[in-house]
Write a protein that binds this ligand. Structure first.
Ligand SMILES: C[C@@]1(CC(=O)O)c2cc3[nH]c(cc4nc(cc5[nH]c(cc(n2)[C@H]1CCC(=O)O)[C@@](C)(CC(=O)O)[C@@H]5CCC(=O)O)C(CC(=O)O)=C4CCC(=O)O)c(CCC(=O)O)c3CC(=O)O
Ligand SMILES: NC(=O)C1=CN([C@@H]2O[C@H](COP(=O)(O)OP(=O)(O)OC[C@H]3O[C@@H](n4cnc5c(N)ncnc54)[C@H](O)[C@@H]3O)[C@@H](O)[C@H]2O)C=CC1
Length: 225
């Protein structure tokens, strides 16, 4: 059993390469795009319709042929998702020897990282894994979290972010600052208000609304001292 260290990696401007073009490669490719991968190359003689669509839209560069080592040149990250076990094993070794982060879809702990399940709500990212013990459980828990943390969280986190910037600029006392920001986070959207909140669209938080929120929270924090 391996122990894993979770990180959130910034992929903007980083070259990422996926080897394979089946449903698994497709899922990993979509995950990389959601994660902001800059230059994304997919290499496979056969690719799913969705991967072909992404190529036609210019979101990925699809090389419709077998993998060659030159494909991995300059890569920051590589995903070995072909159905050729020997190739995936060789890719893991090749990438590791060159300091390229590598994931193997069929040989979990042979790579340098594994891919978690992810629920995204704007800047809120919930990632989970069983470390290879049960990907089926990972997928099940993701569906539960997806229901638990609805679309309203995106706007809520946007507003928390705007509030935090304002509080950091305006409130000098670090203790008071922390109290205000903790109180704000405790105002989680609840099930009754979800729909209103979520359906209000992805508005940019209103300056005045944030200012009023900060004043209300400051008063509550002062009262709590
Ligand atoms: C080690 C790891 C390496 C890696 O891929 O990074 C790995 C390995 C393998 N998966 C296999 C099978 C399945 N994988 C899924 C689903 C997912 N697998 C994912 C990750 C991981 N899979 C990493 C561990 C993560 C963890 O444990 O938490 C998810 C979370 C993320 C993603 O892939 O993007 C994604 C859910 C996405 C979502 O829904 O959000 C399902 C369920 C389904 O399809 O519904 C099944 C069938 C049921 C079952 O087997 O449990 C097999 C056997 C293949 C075979 O039989 O040939 C191997 C090979 C092996 O065990 O070594
Ligand atoms: N990690 C995970 O979540 C899961 C992993 N798997 C494993 O992932 C592997 C891939 O699964 P699928 O996408 O369903 O397979 P698939 O058989 O649908 O697709 C395999 C892809 O690999 C490509 N390929 C084969 N040889 C290649 C080469 N030399 N160079 C470049 N591409 C090549 C094929 O053209 C095809 O696009 C399977 O071997 C399976 O063991 C399966 C299910 C889940």
């Amino acid at each position: 059993m391996s122990a894993y260290y979770p990180m959130m990696v910034n992929l903007s401007g980083k070259r990422c390469v996926v080897v394979g073009g089946g449903p698994v490669a497709e899922r990993k490719t979509l995950g990389l795009l959601d994660g902001g991968a800059g230059a994304l190359i997919v290499v496979a003689p056969r690719a799913t319709a969705q991967l072909e669509k992404l190529a036609a839209a210019g979101s990925i560069a699809l090389r419709r042929r077998e993998y060659r080592d030159s494909d991995a040149e300059g890569a920051f990250l590589l995903i070995a998702a072909s159905d050729d076990r020997a190739l995936n094993a060789r890719l893991a070794e090749y990438a590791e020897s060159r300091g390229i982060l590598v994931n193997t879809a069929d040989l979990g702990d042979r790579g340098s990282f594994i891919t978690p399940s992810v629920v995204r709500r704007g800047e809120l990212v919930i990632a989970l894994t069983t470390g290879g013990a049960s990907p089926a459980l990972t997928a099940l828990l993701k569906r539960k979290l997806d229901g638990e943390y609805g679309p309203a969280y995106e706007r809520f986190v946007d507003r928390l972010h705007a509030l935090r910037k304002r509080v950091l600029a305006k409130v000098g006392d670090p203790g008071l600052r922390a109290s205000v920001l903790r109180l704000a986070a405790e105002e989680l959207p609840n099930r009754e208000t979800w729909d209103d909140f979520g359906n209000a669209g992805k508005q940019v938080p209103d300056e005045l609304e944030i200012q009023h929120w900060m004043i209300r929270l400051l008063e509550a924090a002062e009262r709590g001292r």
